[in-house]
Design a protein around this ligand. Structure first.
Ligand SMILES: Nc1ncnc2c1ncn2[C@@H]1O[C@H](COP(=O)(O)OP(=O)(O)OP(=O)(O)O)[C@@H](O)[C@H]1O
Ligand SMILES: [Mg+2]
Length: 397
């Protein structure tokens, strides 16, 4: 459908904005170009509708070299949505949505019908909205109109350049969901630009990761998550999002990094307060070198307080029999955890220095994510390790 053949763009001699780009996009595919600012996404997109001309290489649409297509005609056949919405403020919603249809000389009656159908498609009552002006709409509503305008002439190809970038996170998610739904019924060929990897993963059939004008990796979201080509992509995806087996995920990646700790000399009352303040039911006891000495449970500390003697953490703590090192795998950790009577596993290095803590909940979450990867694609899942660990520790006694 759209084919880039060795396409390069040089704005100023010596630097490539886009370099030797080769990419083939199938009919009905939603391809997301993702990468850091300045990597050439917009340039790539605008070369498709000839808003920018390549310095080298060729672009084909349905086998036709677009250099030989009149740019104005080309643009009417390709929907285009940009971040700044680009609605005309002096035109009503209906006029904005129907703009391309007017340029294509579609008769007014037919145009109105089409516009109303489009408005209804995304839940706008035409009677209310068709005669409003853009300023009378929220940002999210305006952006929806921008999408409708791109769809109006029923183009085969739609280019979208960070269309949801300026919206608040909730509106943004709504529009992403709507776009997915629309795409499921319309099957357009869409090239979508974003620098947000979560958005790319959510929307894309295939993701094209770009860096400094070049393609770094092309693949389905799943392929990218499973086999990131290099550290750049791994970092871009984020360290917490993995689709690996439990033998591959390391303890260091999922541990709580600042568990509640106290020195052996800390008094029982103070230890009790500390646990209450952090809403946990145990405290790891570490000496001045950071070496793990034991675990003080809420029950232990309560006994100490009841005994009336001025007992200290070092006297009230119990030994920790099960620990794990940061370099061990989650699978190994799960085995130790099964033997731990506290439902938690301190993470210590070779010298016995405390590095973090694994809780039953964080471990289970990780295993669930690994076994049902779709869960992990939900960006809201990011913090669940941290918050659940507190809940779990709160339930210990
Ligand atoms: N008209 C121009 N003249 C000169 N250089 C340009 C022009 N447009 C873009 N560039 C340069 O080309 C490179 C790629 O720009 P482009 O706009 O394609 O990046 P982008 O990936 O869309 O970035 P962003 O995420 O910030 O929108 C950048 O280094 C940019 O400075
Ligand atoms: Mg851009």
């Amino acid at each position: 459908m759209v084919k880039f053949e060795n396409v390069s763009k040089v704005y100023s001699p010596g630097t490539y904005a886009v370099r030797s780009l080769n990419l083939e996009i199938a009919k009905g595919e939603l391809v997301v170009l993702v990468g850091p600012s300045g990597c050439g996404k917009t340039t790539t997109l605008k070369m498709v509708n000839r808003l920018i001309e390549p310095t080298m290489g060729r672009i084909f649409i349905n086998g036709q070299d677009i250099r030989y297509v009149n740019p104005a005609k080309l643009r009417r056949q390709i929907g285009y949505v940009i971040q700044q919405i680009g609605l005309f403020p002096h035109m009503t919603i209906a006029q904005n949505v129907g703009l391309v249809l007017r340029l294509l000389n579609v008769p007014k009656k037919e145009r109105d019908k089409r516009v109303d159908a489009l408005l209804e498609m995304v839940g706008f009552d035409p009677k209310i909205y068709r005669n409003r002006y853009p300023r009378e709409l929220s940002g999210g509503q305006q952006q929806r109109i921008g999408v409708l305008r791109a769809l109006a002439a029923d183009p085969e190809i739609i280019l979208m350049d960070e269309p949801f970038g300026a919206l608040d996170p909730i509106t943004r998610e709504q529009l992403q969901d709507e776009l997915k739904k629309l795409q499921n019924s319309l099957h357009k060929t869409i090239i979508f630009v974003t620098h947000d990897m979560d958005e790319a993963i959510k929307l894309a059939d295939r993701i094209v990761v770009m860096r400094e004008g070049e393609i770094v990796q092309v693949g389905t979201p799943e392929e990218l998550l499973r086999n990131p080509a290099n550290d750049f992509i791994r970092e871009f995806i984020g360290k917490k999002r993995f689709l690996r087996s439990p033998e591959e995920v390391l303890v260091a990646e999922i541990m709580v990094e600042d568990p509640v700790t106290g020195h052996p000399e800390v008094g029982a009352a103070e230890a009790f307060q500390r646990m209450q303040r952090h809403q946990v039911n145990s405290m790891l006891v570490v000496d001045e070198r950071g070496i793990l000495k034991g675990i003080l449970t809420l029950r232990g500390v309560q006994k100490g307080i009841q005994s009336g003697e001025r007992k200290k953490a070092g006297e009230l703590m119990e030994p920790v029999t099960e620990t794990v090192t940061p370099h061990e795998t989650v699978l190994a950790a799960a085995r130790y955890m099964a033997k731990s009577k506290y439902g938690l596993l301190p993470v210590v290095d070779e010298r016995g220095i405390l590095k973090g803590l694994l809780t039953n909940a964080s471990l289970i979450n990780t295993l669930v994510d690994v076994l049902w990867p779709a869960e992990e694609i939900d960006p809201k899942g990011e913090d669940k390790n941290g918050s659940n660990s507190i809940e779990l520790m709160g339930n210990l006694s």
